[in-house]
Design a protein around this ligand. Structure first.
Ligand code: ADP
Length: 260
């Protein structure tokens, strides 16, 4: 019998996106990174392993789309006509977007394993993996499943507040314990730039991500300000690919490319 096809062999770089808690913008940052890399001419895959809260299909305006099978495995759903951004998410496999995923650890592990082996990405420059918040079964499963492929590392997302920053510290420890290199920290929702007068208001406290990166001696990848248009895109699932306009996100992508 022929050996199963290794669908990750054609992937040049693998980046995990982690956050200590939900709601800090991990899926937003994952989508922005993916969009930014596509804009800079790369072929990108975005794998959403947030099994209980998959938000990537909605953010990419792909809700309701089906995943097809080919002889090499699942064909990802493409976000653009040029097929430079392929997406895979449990959200595409659920009967309805309102169906909850009520799975115990072993079933989640099996799903992650299948995502890592069965998605036919073809040749990719980057595979971005959006993980659930915290350090749970999914994280251990993905790190173990990726060991042989030597992922480039993890991007940690935080908001500026001390509570969120404290949670990122645990992510740093998780990465160190599991041997995942740390690409750096992104501070999301870092101030609000008034569209009228361009004054920046730090709605939350400021500088927490940068201070943590200095304390923990990991690169600081940059700040992404609060952009109401970004929220609107995520809410309405409108052309998220087009909304890669926040200068913070652009700078963060450049910093990541310099680190790997
Ligand atoms: P997580 O994946 O960490 O749970 P999400 O990426 O789903 O967080 O973001 C949570 C909410 O915050 C979403 O409604 C998203 O649109 C919004 N959001 C995240 N980052 C930003 C930002 N920089 N500017 C505006 N809205 C944002």
């Amino acid at each position: 019998m022929a050996a199963p096809m290794d669908n990750l062999l054609g992937v040049k770089h693998i980046i995990l996106v982690l956050s200590g808690k939900g709601g800090v913008g991990k899926s937003t940052v994952s989508s922005q990174l993916a969009a930014g890399l596509v804009k800079s001419g790369k072929k990108v895959g975005l794998l959403d392993i947030d099994l209980c809260g998959p938000s990537i299909p909605r953010m990419m305006n792909l809700e309701g789309r089906d995943v097809h099978q080919c002889s090499q495995g699942w064909v990802p759903v493409f976000a653009d006509p040029e097929q430079n951004l392929g997406i895979m998410s449990v959200g595409f496999l659920l009967g309805s977007k309102d169906d909850p995923v009520v799975w115990r650890g072993p079933k989640k592990n099996a799903m992650i394993k299948q995502f890592l082996t069965d998605v036919y990405w073809q040749d990719l420059d980057y595979l971005i993996i959006d993980t659930p918040p915290g350090t749970s079964d999914e994280h251990i499963a993905v790190v173990e499943g990726l060991k042989a492929y030597k992922p480039d590392g993890a991007v940690l997302v935080t908001t500026p507040q001390a509570v969120a920053v404290g949670d990122v510290r645990r992510e740093l420890t998780f990465c160190r314990k599991t041997g995942v290199p740390i690409i750096g920290i992104i501070e999301n929702m870092s101030g609000f730039v008034c569209p009228n007068c361009t004054e920046c208001t730090n709605i939350f406290s400021s500088g927490g991500g940068k201070a943590l990166s200095e304390q923990c001696k990991v690169p600081f990848l940059g700040c992404i300000p609060i952009d109401p248009k970004l929220t609107q895109c995520a809410e309405e699932g409108k052309s998220f690919l087009e909304r890669f306009s926040s200068s913070g996100a652009r700078d963060a992508v450049q910093s990541i490319l310099q680190q790997i």
